[in-house]
Design a protein around this ligand. Structure first.
Ligand code: HEC
Length: 178
């Protein structure tokens, strides 16, 4: 009996050992460079997972989408989340949220909103799914907050930014409509 169960244990352990080969790739995700831009698609920078991210030049020049995100965030979200995403009594500090929140969770939350039923106050994150001023710039808002969360963009308006890419002009026109 003992021998059989040891064999079983070994048979079970082998696939587990095999899966340990996946660890280095996972660990790489958690390094300080998890937001690093590895690709530029028509002026939108993407990280290794294909999610939108920022690109900050050594002289502080930010990519177009980070700059656009600063403007859009501070036009719609700051009333609750505070200027530059730093939080207020009406909404959480998003520079903190983005440290753990995935791109998909972020977009889902902004599209569908959220009601915190357990809070003593009625704290409601509105639904923005039909608001073009938010939906057409969701990636911009995300990359701006990501840069704020990683501490690479400070408070206030970024001083210098890249030119607006032709693809961004086209996408904006198509999304916003006539
Ligand atoms: C009317 C106030 C209000 C506005 C405007 C608002 N939010 Fe929120 N938001 C909230 C509140 C309150 C919560 C917390 C809800 C909860 O805990 O259930 C929240 C939560 C969030 C979260 C989840 C944070 C976390 O840690 O889980 C994200 C992301 C977010 N908001 C993004 C945005 C963005 C982007 C905008 C602008 C397009 C925006 N919000 C505008 C009130 C607001």
């Amino acid at each position: 009996m003992m021998k059989i169960s040891r064999c079983l244990a070994l048979a079970l352990a082998l696939p587990l050992l095999g899966s340990a080969g996946g660890v280095p790739a996972h660990a790489a995700d958690q390094g300080p460079s998890k937001s690093a831009a590895v690709k530029n698609v028509d002026g939108l920078y993407l990280d290794a997972k294909g999610n939108p991210t920022y690109k900050i030049a050594p002289d502080g020049t930010v990519d177009w989408h980070t700059f656009s995100g600063f403007r859009r965030f501070n036009g719609t979200c700051e009333v609750c989340h505070g200027p530059d995403g730093a939080g207020s009594s009406f909404g959480p500090d998003l520079t903190n949220s983005l440290k753990t929140m995935s791109y998909d969770d972020f977009t889902a939350t902004v599209v569908a909103g959220r009601t915190n039923v357990s809070a003593s106050q009625d704290l409601v994150m509105p639904t923005f799914g039909t608001n073009k001023n938010v939906m057409c710039y969701l990636n911009d808002i995300y990359v701006y907050l990501r840069a704020r969360s990683d501490g690479v963009v400070g408070r206030g308006r970024p001083q210098h930014h890249e030119e607006k890419p032709p693809a961004a002009i086209k996408a904006e026109n198509e999304c916003m409509g006539p």
